[in-house]
Ligand binder design. Structure first.
Ligand code: ZN
Length: 237
C-alpha cells in the first residue's frame, strides 16, 4: 500500500471545480480515491459526468490517471429530506438569486466533509481535497476557509486522526481555475474539463457553448462562462 502520507480522497462531484481539484490531487499525491454524493440532486447529470471524467483521465492522461484508485458514491438522502422537511406543502419550489432552490440545505458541505473524513479515515487516506472557494462563490458560510479549518480540527479530534483538508481553489477565481487545469494537464486536460464536467444548476446538457454545456442563464453557468472568457483573454501559451 502506498504510504499513508501520499494517499488522498477527493470530493468529486463531476463539476469543473472538483475536477480541477482532482487533477491537482493526482499531480500532488501518489494515490487518489474519489467520492461523490447522491442526494437526489436535480442536476443528476453531474453524477453521470463523474464516470466519464474518470474514464477520460485514465485514457487520455495516463500519468495522472494511473494514480486513480477506488471511486465511491455515498447515498445522502438526508440532505434532500432536510430540505423537504423545512418546506410547507403549499410552498412552491423556487430558485433564489444564488441559483439554488429554496429546499437547499444550509451547511451541506459540513455533512459531505464529515462523511468524506470518516471514509478517508477508514481507508487510510490522509489528505482530503475539496473544491470550496471563497473568492467568487455564492456566499455559503460552509465554503469559508475558517469553517473548513475549524472542521478539520473537530474531525481530527472526533476521529482521533491527523487528516489534512486541502482546498486548492480557496483563494483563486474561476479564470484562475481554468488556468490551473491548463497548468496541470495542458490543453488536453483543459479540453477534458470543458467538455466532460458539468456546472449548470438546471442540469442542462442540451446546449453547448465555448465553455462547455449548460443552460447559459443560471448563476453557475454565468460564473463558469465569465471565468472562461476572462481566462481566454489571456490564455496560457
Ligand atoms: Zn445553467
Amino acid at each position: 500500500m502506498t504510504e499513508t502520507n501520499q494517499r488522498a480522497l477527493v470530493l468529486f462531484s463531476g463539476g469543473q471545480d472538483s475536477a480541477t481539484c482532482l487533477a491537482w490531487a493526482l499531480e500532488t499525491f501518489a494515490y487518489v480515491e474519489t467520492v461523490g454524493f447522491d442526494y437526489g440532486q436535480r442536476h443528476r447529470v453531474e453524477l453521470e459526468c463523474r464516470g466519464r471524467v474518470l474514464a477520460a483521465l485514465r485514457e487520455s492522461a495516463p500519468a495522472l490517471g494511473a494514480k486513480l484508485g477506488q471511486d465511491h458514491t455515498l447515498a445522502m438522502p438526508l440532505i434532500r429530506d432536510l430540505g423537504a422537511t423545512a418546506m410547507t406543502e403549499e410552498m412552491e419550489i423556487e430558485y433564489g438569486e444564488n441559483g439554488l432552490p429554496n429546499t437547499f440545505v444550509p451547511g451541506r458541505n459540513i455533512f459531505f466533509l464529515t462523511a468524506a473524513a470518516v471514509l478517508a479515515h477508514r481507508r487510510s487516506l490522509k489528505h482530503i481535497v475539496a473544491g470550496m472557494c471563497e473568492t467568487d462563490y455564492s456566499g455559503y458560510p460552509d465554503c469559508r476557509d475558517d469553517t473548513l479549518k475549524a472542521l478539520q480540527v473537530a474531525l481530527n479530534l472526533g476521529l482521533e486522526s491527523r487528516l489534512v483538508l486541502h482546498t486548492p481553489l480557496m483563494w483563486i477565481d474561476k479564470a484562475q481555475t481554468w488556468e490551473m487545469a491548463h497548468d496541470i494537464g495542458g490543453q488536453m486536460l483543459f479540453d477534458l474539463i470543458r467538455e466532460e464536467t458539468h456546472s449548470c444548476y438546471l442540469g442542462d446538457r442540451s446546449k453547448k457553448h465555448d465553455w462547455g454545456y449548460g443552460c447559459g442563464t443560471c448563476p453557475a453557468c454565468h460564473l463558469r462562462a465569465k471565468g472562461y472568457e476572462t481566462y481566454m483573454r489571456n490564455p496560457a501559451p
